[in-house]
Design a protein around this ligand. Structure first.
Ligand code: V47
Ligand code: SF4
Length: 366
């Protein structure tokens, strides 16, 4: 079957053969996959590759989010979520409020909490270590995946610690892994234009590198579909692939499609579904050393996320329980994102795959 597909792959045949033989793609080959429009070939190759890694399984977990604040000292142009202090619709939870939220989930058998928010100028490392310890008291079994490299850079610098010491302190307080946010696009020129005031790419990569070295795994994201070119995307993937060669600490890659509602880049239109699928497939094929490609359904919508499983995706994130606002504020059709376990299982099996519940480290929960 795959041999027939390769035989019919036309100008992409040399690249298709390389993929089949397990050889690494070069930057130029990655670009060729983007530039030559052959979506059905990309889908076949990406699903074939996905099946080598995770068979027919597509993973999900039972999770919820805590978004401590949307007050942020940075001003990323694509952000629909950030508010200034005192502005309408700004929020800023204190620790008791966030712990009350966690109490809602006692006895519910959730395996992960994802914490992400704005970079609040008054918050510091002590505040967040206290939060982590509090969560572990209420939900001792939960895996805490928390704080983007941008949030970490701010709190660790403010505490006057090295990245290593700061991460160690958070780990001792209960941090189990780091989410992939804040990566945006690593190219410095594009980064300057869309989020010039926050941590540069080198800091993002350094924080993840050190995290991996001290035993904190992480995810990686890429914000795409705005002013970047295919080359910027491939170079972003290349930097992740190199770091992964060194540390092996990335669990999953999550491409995040730019949503254009209510932000300072709204004049840029949103890319269409074909481009989104192409990006999933090329990411699956280029990142030969990152095991999982995640489709983040609260952002894409359930239907698009479901389709993406046929473009190399093997992870649908989680049940969420209507606990994130980032994407509804950016215009996502999922205005109250929540799925029951049986809904998420049905979504996966209707796409032709076998739903597998996982923990945060991709061990299957049976
Ligand atoms: O870094 C902000 C993105 C990210 C918009 O690790 C936007 O499992 C699209 O990283 N359009 C934060 N995207 C969320 C994040 C994440 C999400 C799901 C799972 C994981 C994980 C991580 O949200 C930011 C930024 O790239 N974002 N605004 C927007 N208008
Ligand atoms: Fe702040 Fe994050 Fe929004 Fe940037 S994306 S303005 S860092 S909340």
């Amino acid at each position: 079957m795959i041999e027939t597909i390769i035989e019919k792959s036309g100008v992409l045949k040399p690249i298709a053969e390389k993929i089949y033989e397990g050889q690494r793609l070069s930057i130029d080959e990655g670009l060729e996959l983007f530039n030559i429009n052959n979506l059905s070939l990309l889908a076949s190759l990406a699903v074939w590759r996905k099946k080598q890694i995770s068979g027919n399984k597509v993973f999900f977990n039972r999770n919820f989010h805590i978004e401590p604040t949307n007050i942020c000292m940075f001003a990323c142009k694509f952000c629909s979520y950030r508010r200034k202090r005192g502005q309408n619709s700004a929020w800023d939870f204190d620790i008791p409020e966030m712990l009350d939220l966690c109490r809602k989930y006692e006895g519910k058998n959730l395996s992960e909490v994802h914490i992400v928010g704005g970079v609040h100028p008054d918050r510091n490392l002590d505040f967040y270590t206290e939060l982590l310890r509090g969560i572990k008291t209420i939900l001792p079994q939960i895996h805490i995946k928390a704080f983007t490299a941008v949030e970490l850079d701010y709190m660790i610098n403010k505490a006057g610690l090295s990245i290593e010491k700061g991460l160690e302190k958070l780990k001792e307080s209960g941090l189990d892994s780091i989410p992939g946010g804040g990566a945006e696009i690593f190219d410095e020129k594009i980064r300057q234009q869309i989020c010039g005031d926050k941590a540069p790419a080198q800091i993002w990569l350094k924080i993840h590198e050190i995290a991996h070295k001290i035993g904190l795994p992480s995810n990686a994201t890429m914000l795409f579909g705005h002013i970047e070119t295919y080359r910027h995307r491939i170079e972003h993937l290349e930097l992740l692939r190199r770091l992964q060669d060194e540390t092996g600490g990335f669990n999953a890659f999550i491409p995040l499609k730019y949503s254009n509602a209510n932000n300072r880049m709204s004049s840029i239109g949103e890319i269409g579904i074909t481009e989104v699928m192409k990006n999933f497939a090329v990411s699956r094929l280029y990142l030969d050393n990152i095991a999982h490609i995640k489709s983040y359904w609260p952002m894409l919508g359930k239907g698009t996320a479901q389709l993406s499983m046929n473009y190399g995706v093997d992870d649908m994130d989680g049940t969420i329980d209507d606990s994130t606002k980032i994407y509804s504020m950016a215009g996502s059709e999922e205005t109250s994102p929540a799925m029951t376990v049986s809904e998420i299982r049905d979504l996966i099996s209707a796409a032709g795959f076998v739903a597998a519940e996982r923990d945060s480290l991709y061990n299957e929960i049976v």
